[in-house]
Design a protein around this ligand. Sequence first.
Ligand SMILES: [Zn+2]
Length: 114
Amino acid sequence: MTSIVVSVGPLSGVEPGLLSRAFEVARAGSIAARAGLVIEPAPLVVRCRECGAEGEAAPQALLCPSCGGWRVDVVSGDDLLLRQLTLTPLPESARDEGGEEAGAGNEEGGSEYV
Ligand SMILES: [Zn+2]
């Protein structure tokens, strides 16, 4: 089984529910058609400009976990990361069909502009 693991930061703007639905649609008919999508929430980590402390903060309250100051920089948590991609080779029976290259030239015949 193929599986895709992504981590979604709280500030990434990505809604995990929407992402998994989009994935359901996007994977149909692709090589990932049987893939499972695992969405891991990523921690929101900030670094304080006042005291230099680094730690997790709540997305709705970007405050230093140590001194409570508001002058913090987001270290991570505003991104969407592809963490892991697991590909399982196709079983022998599936490989034998191998007709992919045979018809490759045919479809481009009519693509010339006149
Ligand atoms: Zn601080």
